[in-house]
Write a new protein. Structure first.
Length: 276
C-alpha cells in the first residue's frame, strides 16, 4: 500500500495548539536550574496543548530539555514560571492519573513480573484485589501471558520494557508519559516494540507524550511531532502526521513517511545537530 503525502506539515513557532479536547495544557512554561556556577536556562517559554487521546511525540537534540519538559508534566519537578494543567487541574505534584515509563525498565530483580506490575498499586495504597484482573489483561495484551511468575533476569530487553509499560498502565491512568522507553534496545527489538506500543495505545486510547531521539520512531507512532530547538529548548515546529492507522512497519519505506522524516531532520541540520 502506498500513502500519498497530503500536504506540507503545519509549522508553528512558540504557538499553543488549543482545542476543545485539550487534555494537557502547557502555558508559558520555563525552567532555570541553579548550579554552583550560576543559572542554567533549560527551557524558554513553552506553549503547547495536547488533545485527549492524542499520541504526541517530542524530538530534539540532546540537552534541549525534552526530558525536563516531561518531568514537569509528570509533576516530578517544578517550573520556574508558567503553568501546567491536566484535565483542567494544575500540576503541583505527581498526579494520580499519570503513568510514567523511563528508558530503564527499573524492575525489582527479586520480584516476579506480576509483582513488579502490581508494585504500582501497592505504592499508591490501592486495593490489589481490585486491580488483579486489570494486571492480567495488560500482561496478555503486552504478550507476557505465561511469564507472570518469571523474574526480570529471565526476560529479554523488550519483555522487560513491556512489563514496565504494564506497570505504568495498571492503575488505568488517563495520561502515559514515556521518556526514551526504547532507547536501550537493539534496532529490530525497538521496531517490534514500536508496533506493540501502537497496538496497546489503539486499544487504550490514553493521552500519550513520548520523548525520543528517533525521528522515524516519532513519525511512526505520533499524531503530531513537536520539534524542539537546542538548549535553551523551545518549540521550533509542530508537524501533523497525516498517515492512516493502524500503521504497519512497512510504512517506514513509503514516500510520505520518508518526506516527514526528511522535513523534520532538516531542523537538526540547521541547528548543527544530527538525529541519533
Amino acid at each position: 500500500m502506498t500513502y500519498a503525502f497530503a500536504a506540507r506539515p503545519v509549522i508553528a513557532q512558540s504557538a499553543p495548539v488549543m482545542t476543545a479536547e485539550a487534555h494537557i495544557s502547557i502555558d508559558a512554561v520555563t525552567k532555570i536550574y541553579q548550579t554552583k556556577s550560576g543559572q542554567v536556562e533549560s527551557l524558554r517559554p513553552i506553549d503547547l496543548s495536547i488533545r485527549r487521546g492524542e499520541f504526541l511525540a517530542v524530538v530534539g537534540p540532546s540537552g534541549c530539555g525534552k526530558s525536563t519538559l516531561l518531568k514537569l508534566v509528570a509533576g516530578l519537578t517544578s517550573a520556574t514560571s508558567g503553568t501546567i494543567s491536566i484535565g483542567g487541574k494544575a500540576v503541583s505534584e505527581p498526579p494520580d492519573g499519570v503513568g510514567i515509563v523511563f528508558q530503564n525498565p527499573v524492575l525489582l530483580p527479586w520480584k516476579t513480573v506480576r509483582e513488579n506490575v502490581m508494585l504500582q498499586i501497592r505504592m499508591r495504597g490501592l486495593d490489589p484485589a481490585k486491580y488483579a484482573d486489570a494486571a492480567q489483561r495488560l500482561l496478555k495484551t503486552a504478550g507476557l501471558e505465561g511469564f507472570e511468575k518469571s523474574y526480570p533476569w529471565e526476560l529479554s530487553g523488550g519483555m522487560k520494557q513491556r512489563a514496565s509499560i504494564c506497570r505504568a498502565l495498571v492503575h488505568d491512568p488517563e495520561v502515559l508519559l514515556m521518556d526514551e522507553p526504547f532507547g536501550a534496545l537493539d534496532a529490530m527489538t525497538r521496531e517490534k516494540m514500536n508496533a506493540e506500543l501502537q497496538r496497546i495505545w489503539a486499544e487504550s486510547r490514553k493521552t500519550v507524550m513520548l520523548i525520543t531521539h528517533s525521528i522515524p520512531e516519532a513519525v511512526y507512532l505520533a499524531d503530531r511531532v513537536v520539534v524542539m530547538s537546542s538548549r535553551p529548548g523551545t518549540i521550533e515546529a509542530i508537524y501533523d502526521i497525516d498517515l492512516p492507522r493502524p500503521r504497519p512497519l512497512s510504512v517506514m519505506g513509503e514516500p510520505a513517511f520518508i518526506r516527514y522524516t526528511q522535513d523534520i531532520r532538516k531542523h537538526f541540520f540547521a541547528q548543527g545537530d544530527l538525529d541519533h
